[in-house]
Design a protein around this ligand. Sequence first.
Ligand code: GDP
Length: 433
Amino acid sequence: KPVVAVVGRPNVGKSSLVNRIIGRREAVVEDVPGVTRDRVAYDASWQSQEFTLVDTGGWETGVSGLAGVVAGQAEFAARAADAILFVVDATVGTTDADEAVARVLRRSGKPVVLAANKVDGELQEADALALWNLGMGEPFPVSALHGRGTGDMLDAVAAVVPQTPEREEDEDEDAPRRIALVGRPNVGKSSLLNRIAGEDRVVVDATAGTTRDAVDEIVELGGKPWTFIDTAGIRRRFRALQGADYYATVRTSQALDRAEVAVVLMDVSEPLAEQDIRVVEQVVESGRALVLAFNKWDTLDDERRYYLEKEIDRQLSRVSWAPRVNISASTGRHVERLVPALETSLAGWDTRISTGRLNGWLKELVAATPPPVRGGKQPKILFATQAAARPPQFVLFTTGFLEDNYRRFIERRLREDFGFHGSPIKLTMRIRE
Ligand code: GDP
């Protein structure tokens, strides 16, 4: 989601305008400089364009003097945002602080929409026009109080922010979810597919233009259809096409490209191999939801079981969040448990947290466990937003570098508190220098 920062000096009506845009769904406190807000970021949308609206009014800048403070806020906002909504009080006209902001914004090269606020009636229309002198393009006369003109202003905002990509969810809600069944040779992929789908399954969907001879099969599992991707790469009769290790890796990556969730199959009758770990890493990097399936469980004795636990702890700790199922493709043991595991992973992968909820949560988390001091300074987390789902991606806006440990802590708590089980999470920072 693109970030739109609302900048301007105090009392021009930034908070009221934010309230107007988000439809007063969330409270915003008084516009007092130097006061850190409870929340500064909100989900907003106009027509079908979605964006995160950030009220910069409460940010401390460490600069003194009104013009300096406001310009400092604008400078950081411009760095962190995709577009700027610059609010000026039309009834007051251009002040030194407004001009300082305009200079900063022009230098930033970011798209700016100029809102001339407090145009409550025809009397102030001329005042709005006078704001052309800021050199920020056309002033949009608005009244945050009455809502007047905000539609045109938002049209202008929507026109300058990067387009919201077509949501994948809208693609086809009812289409079967797409599974890539992956793992090194001989772990039992074709046995498992045969167990689930049967030997003589009719080929239902040949996909052109991807892997040569890629064949997807729709398979019923737990009373629901699922698409298994590139089953031609798995089915025994095509095995000759697979060739060397390299082609298996390429085939896996092409299957992952089209998949939503991957089942990584491993063979418990042998020690976990480097190749197993590589496949798991390939899945994590692809950003697909993940289920770990341990096959040939029928061969397991107590001794092997003991070592297996150790191997899993040691080699798969990076994906300790992924659901695991212990199965036997030969006997059919617990194969049906793949379904709840797939559903758990996909649910996390699909999750979108609203910006309001995310920041409420973050505020409590940071209050209870603040980021460690670094170089004598306490980094502050200004706000966070979920930039995307599938896989979930979060952006943290901070005043300083957060240590890896602390980032991992945030990631772990995100997983626990919002139920991101089985999905990789991407967490990035944007730092105000
Ligand atoms: P793929 O290369 O991953 O498709 O693996 P295959 O399905 O061809 O299986 C490799 C070998 O493992 C075959 O000899 C299978 O019979 C055997 N196998 C597969 N699943 C199981 C299982 O659950 N238990 C046991 N004991 N053997 C299995």
